[in-house]
Ligand binder design. Structure first.
Ligand code: T1G
Length: 701
C-alpha cells in the first residue's frame, strides 16, 4: 500500500502521508506523494490539493534511517518532490499539525499555501544532526519569516510553536482543532477566489543591512559552536538566500549539505540520536510489556546520592519518602536538597513556589514502616555488601508485594543483592551518576532473576524522571565503571612512564573531554577508587595496577574533599593546581621501579586512554553485558563527559578503524613489555575486536 493515501473531498484531493512513526520522507513516501500529485493533476474534477500527515506528525523530516544509503538520494529525492509541488498547476495547501520538522517543513514551504493547527512544533533541526536543511529550508524560511527568526531556528534547531508565526507569511491560517477540514475549506476558497499559485521562492528576503547582521551571526556562531562545523555552514546557507538568486542559493545550500553529511561530527550526532532511542529497546522484553504502576517512591539513605535520587522523583511529581537511621544525617540530607532547589531558584531555573512544591513531595522518615506502600524503593547506602545485605533483608520484610527493590550500587553484584530477598524477580540495579539530580545517565542493571516487567517498568521510569536508561548485565563495574577502570589504569601507568597528571588531563581534554582522569578522580574522591582497588587486589590478584594513585591516597590526599589529591586546591575553590608534592612522589616512585622517564606524546596519551575503553567495551559486548555498541557510547556520552562530536568510545574506534586500533595496541603492548611494572596483557585485543577488524567491520555496523 502506498505510503501516501489519496482521497477526494469534493473538488479537493487530499494526500495523506502515512509512514509511521513520524512520516519520515523515505523513498516510498516521496514516490507516493509524486504519484498523488500526478493523479490529482490528471483529474479535471480536482481543483486543488491538500497534503497532510497521518498520526502524530505532519512529517518529522527526511527518513534518517535512510541516511548514507542510496535510498536517501534516490529519485524522486526531496528536491524533486518539492519542485513537483511548486510546479503544480493546481494550488497545493499543506495541512500542518503536531510536528513539521526538517524536510517536513521544507515540503510545506514548497506548497503554495500553508494552514497550521495551533501547538504544532515547527523546526529545522538538521543542525542537531550535524547538518543543515538540505531541501530548500535555508532559502525559503527566510523568505516567509524575519531573517533573525529564520536564522535562529536554523542555527539552533529549536522547535517553535505554530502560533508564534502569526503575522508572518509562513502560515496563511492558524486554526484550533482539526487542521485537515480547515485546509480543505481554505483550498476551496483559494479556488473560488482564483487566488493563483504563489511560490515562496519568488519572495525576497527583506532585511535592512542583512550582511552586517549575518557577519555578527557568523562571529557569534563561531564562538559557541567550537567542535561542530554545521552551525557556521547554516549561516553561510542563509546568507546565500540574501545575496543570491533562488536557484544559486539552492545550489549553495546543497553544497553545504553534501559537505556536512560526510563529516565525522554529523556521523557522531546521528549516532547519538539513534543510540538514545535504541537504548530503550530490549530484545527479549516486548515493547507492550505491561508495566507496574509507579505512583510513589522511597529512597534509603539521604547522603549525596540518596538526596539526588529523591530529587529526581520529586522533580517528576512522584511523592518520595527518604529514610535515614540517624536524625542528624536525615536533617542534613533534607537541608542539602532544599539548598539545591533554592540554588536552582536563584539561577531562575526553578520558580520559588516550585521549591516548596517539590520539598513537599519529599517526606523524611526514620522508620522502614513508612516505606511499605511505596511502589519502588531505591537503596543508596554505603558501597559495602554487608550493608546492602542488612538493608535488603529489611526491605524484603517491609515492602508490599510487587514493589520494585532497586539498588544504586555502582559496582556490586546485583544477583547477590537479590539473593538477600525472597523476591529476586523484583530486584534491579539503578545506578545513578553523581550528582544524581543532574547527570542524565541511569545504568539499569538487570539481574539474572529480574522480571521482564520490572525491567520494562524501570526503563519507563527512567524516561519519566528524564534519565537516559541503558541496560547493563551484572559484572564488576557494570558497563561504565568497568571500562573506566582500564582507562584509569592506563592513566596511572603513564605517570609511571613519564607523564604528569596535568599533561594527561590536558591531552584528553583537548579532544573534548569535560575532564581528564586525574581532575575527575580528585572530583569524585580518590578514596572511592582506592576502596574498590583494595577489594580487587583481594578478588583479582591477577590484575596488575599502577601504584601512584594508592600512594596519593596513603597521604590522605582524596582530592577536592581534602583540599588536595593529584592536584592541590585553594580553600573553597575547585581549580586544580599542579602540586610539586605529587611531582616528587612520582619521581621517587619511578626511581623505586627503576623506570627512566620518557616523553609521551599527546597522541599516545589519548589513544591509550580511548583504546583501553574500547577494548574493554568489546569484551563487555561479547559477554552480553551490553546489548549493543551504541549503548556503550550513550553511557559515555551521557555519564562520563565523552565529547559528543566524537560519538563515544566505540564509534571513535570505528572511525579510527579497528584494524588500525589493533596495530596501535600492539605498539602499546611492546612498550609495556619494556617498562618495569608495565602490563602488556592490558593490550590483549578482545576476540570480538580481532574478529571485526579482520572482517573490516566496526562495532556499530
Ligand atoms: N526519520 C525516521 N524516523 C524518525 C525520525 C525521522 N526524521 N524522527 C523520529 N523518528 C523515529 C524515532 O527514531 C523513533 O523511532 C520514533 O520516530 C519516535 O521518535 C533534507 C536532511 C519528530 C520530534 O531531525 O526530533 O529532514 O524508536 O522517540 O519524542 O533537510 O523524533 O519509535 O522506532 O523522538 O515524539 C530532520 C528528528 C531530519 C527530526 C518526535 N528531522 N526527530 O519526537 O518521538 S534531516 C529531525 C525528532 C532532514 C532535510 C534533512 C523527534 C520528533 P522508534 P521520538 P518524539
Amino acid at each position: 500500500m502506498s505510503q501516501a493515501r489519496y482521497e477526494q473531498q469534493g473538488a479537493i484531493a487530499v494526500i495523506t502521508m502515512d509512514n509511521p512513526p513520524v512520516n519520515g520522507l523515505g523513498m516510498e513516501l516521496r514516490r507516493g506523494i509524486v504519484e498523488g500529485l500526478q493523479r490529482a493533476k490528471a483529474d479535471d474534477a480536482v481543483k486543488a490539493i491538500v497534503i497532510t500527515g497521518a498520526g502524530r506528525a505532519f512529517s518529522g523530516g527526511a527518513d534518517i534511517r535512510e541516511f548514507n544509503t542510496p535510498a536517501s538520494f534516490a529519485e524522486p529525492n526531496l528536491h524533486t518532490v518539492i519542485r513537483e509541488i511548486e510546479a503544480s498547476t493546481k494550488p497545493v495547501v499543506a495541512a500542518v499539525h503536531s510536528v513539521a520538522m526538517g524536510g517536513g517543513l521544507e515540503l510545506a514551504l514548497g506548497c503554495h499555501y500553508r494552514v497550521a493547527a495551533t501547538g504544532a512544533q515547527i523546526a529545522l533541526p538538521e543542525v542537531k544532526l550535524g547538518l543543515l536543511p538540505g531541501a530548500g529550508g535555508t532559502q525559503r524560511l527566510p523568505r516567509v519569516v524575519p531573517l533573525e527568526m529564520a536564522l535562529n531556528m536554523i542555527v539552533s534547531g529549536a522547535p517553535v510553536k505554530s502560533e508564534k508565526f502569526k503575522g508572518t507569511k509562513l502560515f496563511d491560517e492558524i486554526v484550533e482543532g482539526d487542521v485537515v477540514p480547515a485546509a480543505v475549506a481554505f483550498a476551496q476558497k483559494v479556488v473560488t477566489e482564483g487566488r493563483g499559485l504563489p511560490k515562496v521562492r519568488d519572495l525576497k528576503v527583506d532585511y535592512p543591512n542583512a550582511q552586517g547582521y549575518l557577519q555578527f551571526a557568523r562571529n557569534t556562531v563561531r564562538a559557541v559552536a567550537r567542535n561542530f562545523p554545521a552551525p557556521a555552514k547554516c549561516v553561510d546557507a542563509v546568507a546565500a538566500a540574501v545575496s543570491m538568486p533562488f536557484e544559486q542559493g539552492l545550489d549553495a545550500e546543497r553544497a553545504g549539505f553534501l559537505e556536512l553529511v560526510q563529516t565525522p561530527e554529523s556521523r557522531a550526532l546521528r549516532h547519538s540520536f539513534f543510540g538514545e532511542r535504541a537504548a530503550a529497546k530490549i530484545p527479549d522484553v516486548p515493547a507492550d510489556t505491561p508495566l507496574r504502576k509507579i505512583e510513589s517512591a522511597a529512597v534509603i539513605g539521604a547522603g549525596t546520592m540518596g538526596g539526588g535520587i529523591a530529587m529526581n522523583f520529586a522533580n517528576a511529581g512522584i511523592p518520595v519518602r527518604i529514610l535515614e537511621v540517624k536524625e542528624d544525617a536525615l536533617q542534613k540530607g533534607i537541608a542539602t536538597i532544599r539548598r539545591n532547589y533554592e540554588n536552582s531558584a536563584k539561577k531562575g531555573r526553578l520558580k520559588p513556589e516550585d521549591v516548596e512544591k517539590r520539598m513537599g513531595l519529599i517526606q523524611p522518615t526514620m522508620s522502614y514502616e513508612d516505606l511499605k506502600d511505596a511502589d519502588i524503593v531505591v537503596e543508596a547506602v554505603f558501597e559495602d555488601m554487608s550493608v546492602k545485605e542488612e538493608v535488603f533483608k529489611k526491605l524484603d520484610e517491609v515492602m508490599k508485594p510487587g514493589a520494585i527493590l532497586a539498588s544504586n550500587t555502582s559496582t556490586l553484584d546485583v544477583n547477590k543483592i537479590a539473593a538477600f530477598t525472597k523476591r529476586p524477580q523484583d530486584v534491579i540495579g539503578t545506578h545513578f551518576f553523581s550528582p544524581a539530580n543532574v547527570m542524565r545517565l541511569l545504568e539499569i542493571v538487570r539481574g539474572e532473576k529480574t522480571a521482564k516487567d520490572v525491567l520494562a517498568t524501570t526503563m519507563k521510569l527512567a524516561s519519566r524522571i528524564k534519565k537516559l536508561g541503558v541496560v547493563s548485565g551484572v559484572c564488576d563495574g557494570f558497563i561504565g565503571n568497568r571500562m573506566i577502570e582500564q582507562y584509569s589504569r592506563q592513566a596511572g601507568y603513564m605517570l609511571e612512564e613519564g607523564a604528569s597528571p596535568q599533561q594527561v588531563d590536558r591531552a584528553i581534554e583537548k579532544i573534548g573531554f569535560a575532564m581528564g582522569p586525574f581532575r575527575m578522580a580528585d572530583l569524585a574522591g580518590n578514596d572511592v577508587g582506592w576502596y574498590i582497588r583494595k577489594r580487587r587486589y583481594v578478588e583479582r590478584p591477577d590484575m596488575k595496577y599502577p601504584k601512584i594513585a594508592d600512594k596519593v591516597c596513603e597521604l590522605g590526599r582524596f582530592g577536592q574533599k581534602t583540599g588536595a589529591g593529584f592536584y592541590k586546591y585553594a580553600p573553597g575553590k575547585r581549580d586544580a593546581i599542579p602540586d610539586p608534592v605529587i611531582d616528587e612522589l612520582i619521581v621517587a616512585h619511578r626511581k623505586a621501579l627503576g623506570i627512566t622517564p620518557r616523553k609521551l606524546s599527546d597522541d599516545e596519551i589519548v589513544h591509550r586512554l580511548l583504546f583501553a575503553l574500547a577494548n574493554e567495551g568489546a569484551k563487555i559486548l561479547e559477554e552480553g553485558i551490553a546489548l549493543r555498541a551504541s549503548d556503550i557510547d550513550m553511557i559515555y556520552l551521557s555519564g562520563y563527559g565523552f565529547p559528543l562530536h566524537r560519538g563515544g568510545p566505540m564509534l571513535y574506534a570505528d572511525m579510527y578503524g579497528l584494524y588500525n586500533m589493533v596495530n596501535r595496541m600492539k605498539e602499546f603492548a611492546a612498550m609495556a613489555e619494556k617498562t618495569p611494572n608495565g602490563d602488556p596483557g592490558a593490550w590483549t585485543p578482545a576476540p570480538l575486536l580481532l574478529k571485526l577488524a579482520s572482517e573490516g567491520k566496526g562495532f556499530n555496523d
